[in-house]
Design a protein around this ligand. Structure first.
Ligand code: SF4
Length: 234
């Protein structure tokens, strides 16, 4: 099926025809096209991959490495403290080190860009939404904040694609992440790689790889509100 046939006339993923699988279908179809281009001698495309943490990135990098030269983009102003930010960033780098030594011969490059910790954009965007349930309006804004920055950086640095590890988590709504990515792509002109990394046992793979690489797996999503929620449950 042609890639274009998955969209409505006004350019949106055709959810009424393909249902909630549409984002996975778009992802598979796009990867098949890229694979054909590489096999016929075309350039390996570059991807700026927003990553929330090492564990989530583990399965995503493993799945995408045959198709892209990947640069991991660690930008997460949502995280509640510098200490936690550093811990997650250090474990991100730990996974990249593990992957470079155990990547089964994939020879496409994986590199890393890290933004300094600055939580002000998160509070400027999500302030007033602290009472929202996880998965609600605050999370929509949090996704948009991180994906808009990733898209702008990808466009500025000349990447072919940008995407995010966020859809590997069962706690993150695939549709919301993808529509935030689409919106960011429209603003910048850089192509959004649709995804549903939960599929094909993506989440289970992330747990397995995190154990193999001895990664720290955090117990809360990232912001102070998700941490307070976790503490209330204890
Ligand atoms: S719960 Fe997670 S996605 Fe939602 S606002 Fe907090 S850090 Fe962002």
């Amino acid at each position: 099926m042609k890639y274009d046939s998955f969209f409505t006339e006004d350019g949106y993923p055709n959810e009424s025809r393909f249902g909630k699988n549409i984002f996975y279908l778009l992802y598979k179809n796009r990867l098949e096209g890229i694979s054909r281009e590489i096999e016929s001698g075309g350039e390996v495309p570059s991807l700026l991959l927003h990553s929330c943490c090492g564990p989530c990135s583990s399965a995503v990098i493993t799945k995408l490495s045959p198709f892209f030269n990947i640069t991991v983009f660690y930008y997460n102003p949502n995280i509640d403290s510098l200490e936690e930010y550093r811990k997650r960033a250090d474990n991100q780098k730990k996974f990249l080190d593990f992957f470079s030594k155990n990547n089964n011969g994939f020879n496409h490059s994986v590199s890393y860009i890290e933004e300094d910790y600055d939580s002000l954009p998160f509070y400027a965007t999500c302030g007033g939404l602290e009472n929202e349930a996880e998965g609600g309006k605050r999370c929509v804004e949090c996704f948009k904040l991180r994906l808009n920055k990733t898209a702008a950086t990808a466009a500025k640095l000349g990447f072919h694609f940008f995407s995010s590890t966020l859809t590997v988590s069962p706690m993150k709504d695939t549709r919301t992440v993808n529509l935030a990515g689409m919106e960011a792509a429209d603003k910048t002109g850089c192509e959004w790689l649709w995804s549903d990394f939960k599929k094909e046992n993506g989440y289970l793979l992330s747990i397995e790889l995190s154990k193999n690489a001895s990664l720290y797996r955090q117990q809360y999503c990232g912001c102070i509100y998700s941490k307070q929620r976790l503490n209330k449950r204890d």
